[in-house]
Design a protein around this ligand. Structure first.
Ligand code: C5P
Length: 222
């Protein structure tokens, strides 16, 4: 494989995508938010009332879903069957269902295959839960991010309330721990720290400090 792959995994709201975006910008790599793909599938399932226990319906829905990323804009856009859903997938209604949808084997197989294709010939930074373990077990650099639960909840609260969403701190804490629990206990590619991952706890680090540390790891492996 001639291209360089950076895999960033970790719990919900650890700041993975912030680091991933900064890294991609600095290195001129393509940033791929794998969580946005699971969120897009979840949005489609919600809109079409897909019964998560009905495997045939899930498989049919997956066949009808087409996801595209449009990079090179200020913010990468994600399209679901041509519609820009970048904002809508961040809403609490999607967050509340996404881990249940992401635990479905057929959903994971479809998304992992697409993610592997996206990284087959380009230099990429991909963030998610299973990138270093399942999607790209041979990634050139694997980072596992953690942060204290209170720091994570505060960050997510600030992010959502800044967008005008009406949520309480309790709802956020509940959603984060709910997702972490399902994500790390599901049967199919659960959230795990890869044995060869570099661990970054960013509870007390600024974004610039995080970027510097991760860049250092990149130059050591390049
Ligand atoms: O990264 P983000 O928090 O937006 O991801 C939303 C959800 O998508 C996660 O809580 C998890 O259930 C699912 N996900 C996953 N595997 C990935 C990325 C995200 O199961 N690689």
């Amino acid at each position: 494989r001639p291209n360089f792959i950076i895999a960033i995994d970790g719990y919900s709201s650890c700041g993975k995508s912030t680091v991933a975006k900064a890294l991609a910008k600095k290195l001129h790599f393509v940033f791929i938010d794998s969580g946005a793909m699971y969120r897009a599938v979840t949005l489609y399932f919600l809109r079409h009332n897909v019964d998560l226990d009905d495997t045939a319906a899930v498989v049919q829905a997956l066949a009808d879903i087409h996801i595209d990323f449009i990079p090179n804009t200020a913010q990468t856009q994600i399209l679901l069957n041509g519609e820009d859903i970048s904002e809508e997938i961040r809403q609490m209604a999607v967050s509340e269902q996404v881990s249940e949808v992401s635990a479905i084997k057929e959903v994971r197989h479809a998304m992992v295959a697409q993610q592997q294709k996206l990284g087959s010939h380009r230099n990429i930074v991909m963030d998610g839960r299973d990138i270093g373990t399942t999607v790209f077990p041979d990634a050139d650099l694997k980072i596992f991010m953690t942060a204290s639960p209170s720091v994570r909840a505060e960050r997510r609260y600030a992010e959502l309330t800044a967008k005008g969403e009406n949520v309480t701190m309790e709802e956020i804490q509940e959603n984060l721990s709910h997702r972490d629990h399902i994500d790390s206990t599901r049967e199919e590619s659960p959230l795990r720290q890869a044995a060869d991952a570099f661990i970054l706890d960013n509870s007390d680090l600024t974004q610039d400090q995080q970027l510097e540390i991760v860049l250092n790891e990149y130059y050591r492996r390049k």
